[in-house]
Design a protein around this ligand. Structure first.
Ligand SMILES: [Mg+2]
Length: 268
């Protein structure tokens, strides 16, 4: 199945192998930049085939819960993830779990509308800058914009957020979001853990927003940063194409734990 554990750093291989001795594992995977390489056209992003197969396969293993946690809306995540069977989908950094979204107060909804209007005026006359209306705020995407245009738009959005009292700014790769409800991926991860009660959590993320999730993890958990950049994660892998090796290593370990052939049904 594609790349093997040889692509992984030894300490990570050892940590993943140790999962064979725990009762339950929650594996949480970010989507963009982890399951799939980042692309300029957000709607064209699809998971790497090896990653999708490994994720799907892991979701069928006893004692393992698997979730995709993304900053994208749940509707978008459903579309681009191709809804792998048995995988919990969590959108908007944790505001939307399995279709249930946090209800906004009247004041928050007004702020959300103001944030949308503010970002739309920033995007106007700036080619490649796009606004996305989100359940708990609005996002400004700059992946398709010229670099100088992206820089100015981002700095204007930052200023707009400081003017909208009660909102906060979330900065990611080529995206800034003005949020009216303070939900981070740390909150999203905590919600999942409260629901599933795993003994150990594994989290794979590539972006600044994933650092909020890394921050709420325990020393015995396994946090994995994908790609370059500063991080608080315990481990690092080089790129999305290496993610399948991590998922496969977890599955192999769990197979040993059950003393049975780990080769379960894999569609396609
Ligand atoms: Mg990401």
């Amino acid at each position: 199945m594609g790349r093997t554990a040889e692509a992984l750093p030894d300490p990570l291989v050892e940590a993943l192998a140790a999962l064979s001795t725990v009762s339950s594992v929650l594996v949480v995977v970010d989507f963009d930049g982890v399951m799939a390489p980042i692309r300029a056209d957000r709607s064209a992003v699809r998971p790497l085939v090896a990653n999708q197969r490994a994720l799907q396969s892991l979701a069928g293993v006893e004692g393992v819960s698997v979730a995709l946690l993304s900053g994208r809306t749940l509707a978008e995540l459903r579309e681009i993830s191709q809804e792998p069977t048995g995988v919990i989908l969590v959108g908007s950094h944790g505001s939307e779990v399995a279709g249930a979204r946090l209800a906004l107060t009247h004041e928050e909804e007004i702020l959300r509308q103001q944030a949308i209007v503010a970002l739309q005026s920033i995007a106007r006359d700036r080619p490649g800058v796009e606004v996305e209306e989100k359940p708990v705020g609005a996002a400004l995407h700059t992946r398709r914009a010229r670099r100088d245009v992206a820089l100015h738009a981002t700095s204007d959005a930052t200023l707009a957020a400081t003017r909208l009292r009660g909102t906060h700014l979330l900065v990611g790769k080529e995206v800034v979001e003005i949020l009216v409800s303070h939900v981070t991926k740390g909150d999203g991860l905590n919600r999942l853990r409260a629901q599933i009660q795993p003994e150990v959590t594994v989290y794979l993320g590539d972006d600044k927003t994933d650092e909020d999730a890394f921050a709420v993890m325990r020393p015995s958990d396994i946090s994995v940063k994908v790609g370059e950049g500063p991080t608080h994660a315990r481990f690092r892998i080089d790129r999305p194409a290496t993610v399948a090796a991590v998922l496969t290593a977890i599955r192999a370990g769990r197979g040993r734990a059950r003393r049975r052939d780990p080769d379960t049904s894999v569609a396609g």
